[in-house]
Design a protein around this ligand. Structure first.
Ligand code: FRU
Length: 485
């Protein structure tokens, strides 16, 4: 099987071949970052999931490891679904969902149970004899056994806990909490939070942690209704800031927002490393969309976002690309104080695998921005509309069009997010990697991540405006991993 290099990314984590979705078991273990992921090795579309595995010393260059989990037991025969990792006494434990679907015509017979696997060397994993450790009989009556998945394991005081996504009998999302003293016997504690039908249908891939004195809950949600600029994708990842009451085990939510306002961001996971950084990575795609035949025809699909450090500042979750990426900057080209009245392309500012750092003084302009991955007929447009107070990402002319295959059938190719200028300045960090664009707006206050599929020749970059602007600072680097794929 040959993989066509067309659309392959250069500096994002992706498998060598096959389909990838959610990150799993993201953990800093014995001095290295480990990333597992939902993996189907045999095709470019979702199939019975395995856990793929890669590790890294710097979150940018990944070494592919042998598959960690295969669906080979009666309790996970139709998939080793998403889950998390924890280190205990030097061993690496994975907690994951075993999915069985004995009668595909009758989804009521699906069962999802929780299992553990353990490794002494961080390479070879053994499923434990006691699996499943949490099964249908451990569910409260309000929870459906066919939607019970994606355990996030953590330690609090001297006990282990798992937060697990569940569907209530009324069809809405909820998170269940289980407790254990030995990782084998788990007791149901309660529902930490429920959607009450306000926040979408099934909740997936929960994650609960403390950051900058706030408790943060991350969730990935199916079928959230659009709300202003939020939740325009059929699948959205959201964060809640609030207080986890460790007495009653209830999460009291104070703020809810979408994590990423672009098109392609789902099922994020986080870890804490030896520097105390809380780092997030997500699947750079969502369900329910087409991907180009060039990928399908050549046996691969899916990539992860750049890893991002998280911070809570003034009641908002900020995302900053991990600083390790700056080690791979090459061929710096800089400009200062460039006046633009209409549009401009600058020498050396182009490319398909680049980072751009831009600070624009908006002067009196009402609409200004940047076009990237620009060719004769293609362009990906990012601009600021002062009247709307919004930053806009437009992929309608980006190249091969991506279509919705389920729900929200409008196929709109524009996303917007509210952004305020700071002292009349818009500052952007943009990472372009062949078929992905990640833009960090106003130092990570807002982020938009999207896949786009232009021709390999579409690599120009152009600034444009309806009125004078000044590009105060512009830096461009090629991002090169030095021959390592
Ligand atoms: C989220 C998800 C998870 C599930 C996995 C299956 O994208 O639907 O809930 O465990 O993907 O691959």
């Amino acid at each position: 099987n040959k993989v066509n290099p067309e659309f392959r990314l250069k500096y994002h984590m992706m498998p060598e071949i096959g389909w990838m979705n959610d990150p799993n078991g993201f953990i800093y273990y014995k001095g290295e970052y480990h990333l597992f992921y939902q993996y189907y090795p045999y095709d470019s579309k979702w199939g019975t999931p395995y856990w793929g595995h890669a590790k890294s010393k710097d979150l940018i260059i990944w070494e592919h490891m042998p598959i960690a989990l295969a669906p080979d037991m009666y309790y996970d025969v139709d998939g080793c679904f998403s889950g998390s990792a924890i280190e205990v006494d030097g061993k690496l434990y994975l907690m994951y969902t075993g999915h069985t679907n004995p009668d595909p015509d009758n989804p009521k017979n699906i069962r999802q149970v929780q299992n553990m696997a353990v490794s002494k060397d961080g390479v070879n994993f053994e499923k434990i004899k006691q699996n499943p450790v949490i099964s249908e009989r451990d569910l409260p009556y309000i929870a459906l056994p066919q939607d019970f998945r994606d355990p996030m394991i953590f330690k609090h005081n001297d006990s282990y806990y798992a937060v697990i996504a569940s569907r209530n009998i009324d069809g809405s999302g909820q998170l269940l909490l289980y407790k254990s003293n030995n990782l084998l016997n788990w007791n149901y504690v309660g529902v930490i939070i429920r959607s009450d039908n306000k926040l979408g249908k099934m909740w997936e891939c929960p994650s609960l942690f403390k950051l900058n004195d706030m408790d943060v809950l991350i969730l990935s949600v199916q079928h959230l209704d659009k709300n202003g600029d939020k939740y325009h994708n059929l699948f959205s990842s959201i964060y809640m800031l609030g207080k986890m009451d460790y007495e009653s085990w209830k999460f009291i939510c104070e703020v809810v927002d979408e994590i990423d306002y672009g098109f392609d961001f789902y099922a994020p996971q986080t870890l804490v490393d030896d520097r105390g950084r809380r780092i997030m990575i997500a699947w750079m795609q969502v369900w329910g969309r087409t991907i180009p035949t060039d990928c399908h025809g050549h046996n691969w699909a899916g990539a992860m976002t750049l890893p991002r450090e998280l911070r809570v500042i003034d009641g908002k979750l900020y995302q900053i690309p991990v600083d390790e990426i700056t080690k791979y900057r090459k061929n710096k080209i800089s400009y200062k104080d460039i006046i633009v009245n209409d549009k401009i392309q600058l020498d050396g500012i182009e490319g398909q695998n680049v980072e751009l750092e831009v600070e624009i003084d908006a002067q009196n302009a009402n609409n200004f921005g940047i076009k990237v991955l620009k060719g004769e007929k293609e362009e990906t447009v990012m601009h600021y509309d002062r009247r709307e107070g919004k930053f806009i990402f437009d992929r309608s002319k980006s190249g091969e069009q991506i279509k919705n295959t389920e729900g929200k059938e409008d196929n709109e190719q524009i996303r917007k997010t509210t952004v305020s200028l700071k002292n009349n300045i818009l500052s952007l960090r943009i990472f372009i990697d062949r078929c992905s664009v990640e833009v960090f707006i106003q130092n990570g206050e807002r982020v938009m991540t999207s896949t786009v599929y232009p021709k390999s020749t579409s690599k120009s970059i152009e600034f444009f405006t309806d009125n004078k602007i000044i590009i105060k600072n512009l830096n461009k680097w090629d991002i090169e991993l030095g021959g390592i794929k």
